[in-house]
Ligand binder design. Structure first.
Ligand code: ADP
Ligand code: MG
Length: 326
C-alpha cells in the first residue's frame, strides 16, 4: 500500500501548489465558509490549511489518510453524477506518504478535537486529543523529505509561491461564497472576503483587479440546461500573455480547447492572432453531460455535446459584444 501511495503521489503531488489545491478543495467539499492557508518558504517547509467545515469524526481520521478512502462516493454509479471536487480518495494518502502530515479535526457533535499524525512511509498513525474549533486543519511539513529526487525538482521559494497564489486565485474565483486568507512567511498576502452572488464582481475585482472588471463585458447565455456567465474582454490589445484566462465547469477550474476556441472565434476580427482575450467564465451543466475523470490531476473535461457548448459560448459573447457596441 505504501508503494501504491508513492506512485499515486507522483501523479497528484507534483509540487506544493498541488498539495494546496487538493487540501483547499477538500475544505470546500466539507462545506467550509472560511479557509486559511499559511505557508512558510513557498510551502517547501510548511503548509497549513485550516477550515470551518464539517470536520472528520475521530473514528474516520486514520481512514481519511488511507488510499481510496473517500466519503464522497458510495458506489461506482456515483461516478456519473459527481458534484464534489475530490472523489478518488487519494489526495490525503498521497500527500502524507511524502511529508510529515498532521490532521486535526472536530465535528459539531464531538466535545473534543482529535489529531492524527503520519510521517512518510511510516504509516503508523497515532491519534491524540487536541484543541481545535469545529472544522479541520491539515499541516504538511517538509514536503518530499523522503523522496530526494522529487525534492530536487522543487523550484525557488518565489516560484513555488507564485504557483500557489495562482491556484488560490482560481479557487477563489469559483467560490465567492467562501472567504480565503493567504499568508506567506507570517505576512497576509491576500484576503478575499466572502460575497453574495449579486456581488460576485467584487470577488472578481479582488482577484483580477478592478481594471479587468471595468473594461470587460458581462456574459450571459443559456441553452438546454447549460448556463454560461462571466466577464471577458479583448481591450488588452497589446496583451501578449494569457494569464488572465479562467474557465470553470461546474465549479472546477479547467482550461479547455473548446472553450478557448469559442472565445477566440467570438473576438475574430477584433484581435490579432498574437493577442489573447482575457476572461473569467463559468459554465454549469448537468453532470452527466461531461466526463471529468480523464486524468488523475483532474484538469481536463470532455463535453458530450461539444458543438452545443462551443456554440453557446460563441453566441453569448457575440451577443454581449453587439450589446456593448450599440
Ligand atoms: P477525496 O477528497 O477524493 O475523497 P481525500 O484523500 O482528499 O479524498 O480525502 C479523504 C477523505 O477525508 C474525504 O473523503 C473526506 O471524507 C475527508 N476529508 C479530507 N479533508 C477534509 C476536510 N478538510 N474536512 C472534512 N473532511 C475531510
Ligand atoms: Mg480530496
Amino acid at each position: 500500500a505504501i508503494l501504491a501511495n508513492q506512485i499515486a503521489a507522483g501523479e497528484v503531488v507534483e509540487r506544493p501548489a498541488s498539495v494546496i489545491k487538493e487540501l483547499v478543495e477538500n475544505s470546500i467539499d466539507a462545506g467550509a465558509t472560511d479557509i486559511l492557508i499559511e505557508l512558510d518558504k513557498g510551502g517547501h517547509k510548511r503548509m497549513l490549511i485550516r477550515d470551518n467545515g464539517k470536520g472528520i469524526p475521530k473514528e474516520e481520521l486514520s481512514l481519511a489518510l488511507s488510499r481510496h478512502a473517500t466519503s464522497k462516493i458510495q458506489d461506482i454509479d456515483d461516478l456519473e453524477s459527481i458534484t464534489s471536487l475530490g472523489f478518488r480518495g487519494e489526495a490525503l494518502a498521497s500527500i502524507s506518504s511524502v511529508s510529515r502530515l498532521t490532521l486535526t479535526s472536530k465535528t459539531a457533535d464531538q466535545t473534543e478535537a482529535w489529531q492524527a499524525h503520519s510521517e512518510g512511509r511510516d504509516m503508523q498513525i497515532q491519534l491524540n486529543p487536541a484543541a481545535h474549533p469545529k472544522g479541520c486543519s491539515v499541516e504538511v511539513l517538509d514536503l518530499f523529505f523522503n523522496t530526494p529526487a522529487r525534492r530536487k525538482f522543487l523550484k525557488a521559494e518565489k516560484t513555488e509561491f507564485q504557483h500557489i497564489e495562482e491556484i488560490i486565485k482560481r479557487i477563489a474565483l469559483s467560490h465567492y461564497e467562501v472567504a480565503f486568507t493567504l499568508k506567506h512567511n507570517g505576512r497576509v498576502v491576500h484576503r478575499f472576503p466572502a460575497v453574495v452572488e449579486e456581488l460576485k464582481h467584487k470577488r472578481i475585482a479582488n482577484v483580477c483587479g478592478q481594471g479587468f472588471v471595468d473594461t470587460s463585458i458581462a456574459i450571459h447565455g443559456e441553452f438546454e440546461g447549460v448556463v454560461i456567465t462571466g466577464w471577458c474582454n479583448a481591450v488588452g490589445q497589446g496583451r501578449r500573455t494569457n494569464d488572465l484566462q479562467y474557465s470553470f465547469v461546474n465549479g472546477r477550474m479547467m482550461k479547455d480547447k473548446v472553450i478557448i476556441h469559442a472565445i477566440r472565434q467570438a473576438f475574430e476580427g477584433m484581435i490579432d492572432s498574437q493577442t489573447y482575450p482575457s476572461f473569467v467564465l463559468f459554465i454549469t451543466m448537468p453532470p452527466d453531460e461531461l466526463d471529468i475523470n480523464v486524468h488523475p490531476a483532474k484538469h481536463e473535461v470532455r463535453f458530450h455535446k461539444t458543438r452545443q457548448v462551443h456554440d453557446l459560448i460563441y453566441k453569448s459573447i457575440s451577443d454581449a459584444l453587439l450589446l456593448s457596441a450599440s
